[in-house]
Design a protein around this ligand. Structure first.
Ligand SMILES: Nc1ncnc2c1ncn2[C@@H]1O[C@H](COP(=O)(O)OP(=O)(O)OP(=O)(O)O)[C@@H](O)[C@H]1O
Length: 233
């Protein structure tokens, strides 16, 4: 569903992403770990077609994102660290607006159900987003992913700054999307969540994917040890 083939990004003499080969299949939650500057956001931004690769290509459902920008964007949902919503609109109005941009129309009752299923507390759907916590805004993002029927979810540190309960709820939502066959690529610093929620883990350093393995192949302590070994090497 998501594929990087020799995907590379250079800025002048500096290589932000060395040729990356990666596949994320339907139902996979692939977590990219790595220190600041490792190339995680660069990878996500290349899949989003926000930046142009210096080499190789990113594919979504077999389509190169460079050549098929609108078609690939229709199939994906993106939740960054701080999801931008219109603060003066309600969660419901935001969801309705962004669904419209994605070419999807839903009845108000359907959108309310999606917000409810995403765990937005009772009564908040009709309140201005300015009054939402970060966790609530992330839930609107998940509701949008479901409303769009997105096949691919790109997440850039979505749980950073969330309290443990909100982070736990976010993980539960990811697992539900996984059951729908969504392919998820997530950049995160949260080793615990990567181990707990991810199906695959990749460790990046200085623009290189050093290791990639099944999340179930390590326990949390082993993951932490492996991660720290790479960071100190
Ligand atoms: N426009 C740019 N020009 C030059 N260098 C850039 C540019 N954008 C990113 N970089 C560099 O590319 C490298 C990878 O950055 P990237 O944002 O992908 O890291 P990251 O793993 O997401 O880090 P973080 O955990 O801090 O989000 C960094 O060294 C960064 O300084």
């Amino acid at each position: 569903m998501l594929e990087a083939r020799d995907l590379t990004k250079r800025y002048g003499d500096f290589t932000a992403l060395h040729p990356l080969n990666l596949t994320v299949r339907p139902g996979d939650i692939y977590c990219l770990l790595g220190a600041n500057g490792a190339g995680k956001s660069t990878t996500i931004n290349l899949f989003l077609d926000f930046i142009e690769p210096s080499g190789g290509a990113a594919f979504i459902n077999g389509l190169a994102v460079r050549a098929h920008g609108p078609a690939t964007k229709q199939q994906l949902a993106y939740i960054p660290e701080n999801l931008m919503l219109y603060p003066d609109l309600t969660g419901l109005e935001n969801l309705d607006f962004f669904c419209g941009l994605a070419g999807k129309t839903h009845l108000k009752a359907e959108l309310l159900t999606l917000l409810h299923e995403a765990g937005l507390p009772e009564g908040f759907a009709q309140r201005r987003v300015a009054a939402y916590s970060k966790g609530m805004r992330q839930k609107v993002g998940i509701a949008l992913a479901v409303a769009k029927d997105a096949k691919v979810l790109l997440l850039d540190e979505p749980t950073s700054g969330l309290d443990p309960k909100a982070s736990n709820e976010f993980s539960a939502l990811l697992l539900r999307l996984r059951e729908r066959g969504v392919a998820t690529l997530m950049a995160t610093h949260d080793l615990f969540r990567a181990r707990d929620t991810g199906t695959h883990i990749g460790i990046m350093k200085e623009g290189q994917l050093l290791e990639s393995f099944a999340a179930s192949s390590v326990d949390y302590n082993e993951l932490e040890e492996l991660y720290l070994q790479h960071m100190h090497a």
